[in-house]
Write a protein that binds this ligand. Structure first.
Ligand code: 4AD
Ligand code: MG
Length: 467
């Protein structure tokens, strides 16, 4: 076959230099046609769109053509031609076809219209579908948007450890990391497992958050963000929870809770705008396929400022709804942790736009949050989104050494894990704030997908760690 340098389909479909010899490589989506001429829809993952390859059967070997089945991988040399029937500007009149890889007839993606549940069982192949091609291109774009946003604002990308000895959120939902022989565990005289002979000489786990180390960095570099994998061993089989997810955690010295809310709102709007500007074809495809209100919803969050109100006010609104006959699965009272049904009621039914809820009861929030004067609440903020519920959780941090120490004590957090964190409050403490955005929750919102398992390539959930 003649050597012509490859053009990606995304670029090829923009070209108008008809008559030029081109080469494309990709996987066959469909092949149809008559005895004289065949049409192959070829996709190379660079765009949701296929290029149409027109094959004049008289010019090709019949045996070779038999191997051009759905899923086969081809290299095609041909002439770029103006298209009338393909739905694209350009198509290719094939001159030479090389089959790089034939496709076994057990290929599970023969037909269109597989369910998302079925596609989860073949997660190793699902990136080849239109839907997952779109989702994973958008996922890439959101990562670039996030780095661009923070870089332009002068934030330093700071890498926090994945293996840790501390439980930042204090919820005890950690996966342990050990090299100990689980069949032959050494125990002390009280029957407790000893860790002095383990790899790190202490008990360690996968991190639930990079925040504590992020705070160390913010009180040195001023403004930082983390962006990495996060692990939670919570047994929540919901469409919004993963055991392994990615989190973005900015942390900023001298920011108070209002600055923190401003940053969160600007940040998330930037990401949504980026998706509309840079992923238009993929977003449009998902809008048509799964969620006819997707684009409207994306544009909707950009239009108006987010509502900001206190947890106490939020509870009052929810109690009023209950009084008027609205039924929730979980009880509503001051002090209750909000379930996503409550969060979504505030966002979707009451305000009809995103809500930032602040000043939660200290009992339902982590030890590090700044304590309010009232002695009951902390300067927490959760950003609540339509269809999602909580998309961001954050707070102003307790900067006072003694108050923080009391809280650590009250919550029975082992001091041996926290001495280095407390040092920030001893050595030039300062007001500071930060938050965590769940990357996959953002992707749920931007793609309109309904299940978090469908926005990460290889989901990890209870009883599921295949691929
Ligand atoms: O609210 P969370 O637990 O907050 C923290 O971890 C803080 N240390 C963040 C900070 O202030 N730096 O988690 C933050 C976000 C949630 O709002 C949610 O979007 C996401 O992380 N998240 C999850 N996403 C998927 N699966 C899970 N199991 C998640 N748990 C939290
Ligand atoms: Mg939270």
């Amino acid at each position: 076959m003649n050597k012509i340098s490859r053009t990606k389909i995304v670029d090829l479909l923009q070209r108008e230099d008809f008559g030029t010899q081109v080469n494309v490589k990709g996987w066959v989506r469909t092949r149809r046609g008559s005895k004289q001429v065949n049409f192959i829809a070829l996709n190379d993952g660079s765009t949701i769109h296929n290029v149409q390859i027109v094959v004049d059967l008289g010019n090709f070997d019949e045996e070779m053509l038999k191997d051009i089945t759905t899923g086969a991988c081809l290299s095609v040399n041909g002439v770029l031609t103006e298209s009338v029937g393909s739905g694209q500007k350009a198509e290719i009149q094939a001159r030479e076809i090389e089959i790089l890889g034939t496709c076994d007839n057990t290929y599970p993606l023969q037909k269109k219209g597989h369910t998302l549940e079925f596609l989860r069982e073949i997660a190793h192949l699902r990136p080849r579908t239109n839907t997952f091609g779109a989702v994973f291109r958008i996922r890439h774009h959101m990562a670039i948007a996030i780095h661009t946003f923070f870089h332009q604002k002068g934030f330093v990308y700071f890498h926090t450890p994945i293996i840790t000895g501390s439980d930042c959120e204090g919820a005890g939902q950690m996966f342990q990391v050990t090299t100990k022989n689980l069949y032959d565990l050494k125990k002390d005289e009280r029957g407790s497992i000893t860790y002095d002979d383990d790899f790190f000489g202490k008990q360690t786990s996968l991190t639930v958050s990079g925040q504590l180390e992020g705070e160390l960095a913010a009180t040195a570099l001023g403004a930082i963000y983390t962006f990495g994998p996060t692990f939670r061993a919570e047994n929540s089989n919901t469409p919004r929870h993963l055991a392994e997810f990615w989190m973005i955690e900015p942390e900023v010295a001298f920011n108070d809770i209002t600055d923190n809310m401003d940053l969160a709102e600007e940040f998330i709007k930037y990401c949504v705008q980026w998706a509309l500007d840079n992923c238009a074809d993929d977003v449009q495809f998902l809008n048509n396929m799964f969620d006819k209100e997707l684009i409207e919803r994306l544009q909707g969050v950009l239009k108006e400022p987010f509502v900001r109100l206190s947890y106490t006010e939020g509870i009052r609104i929810l109690e009023e709804a209950v009084a008027h006959g609205h039924k929730f699965g979980f009880p509503v009272y001051w002090g209750a942790d909000l379930a996503s049904e409550h969060e979504r009621y505030l966002v979707e039914m009451h305000f009809k736009r995103p809500v930032i809820l602040t000043d939660y009861p200290k009992e339902i929030k982590a030890f590090y949050m700044k304590q309010n004067e009232d002695g009951k609440t902390v300067r927490a903020m959760d950003v609540l989104f339509p269809k999602i519920g909580e998309i961001i959780g954050g707070s102003e941090r307790e900067a006072d050494y003694n108050k923080l120490l009391v809280r650590i004590d009250e919550m029975h957090i082992p001091m041996k894990d926290m001495w280095w964190y407390l040092d920030t409050r001893k050595f030039g403490t300062c007001p500071h704030s930060g938050f965590g955005l769940g990357f996959e929750r953002l992707l749920l919102f931007v793609t309109g997908m309904a299940n978090i398992r469908d926005v990460i390539p290889f989901p990890r959930t209870p009883h599921n760690a295949d691929f």
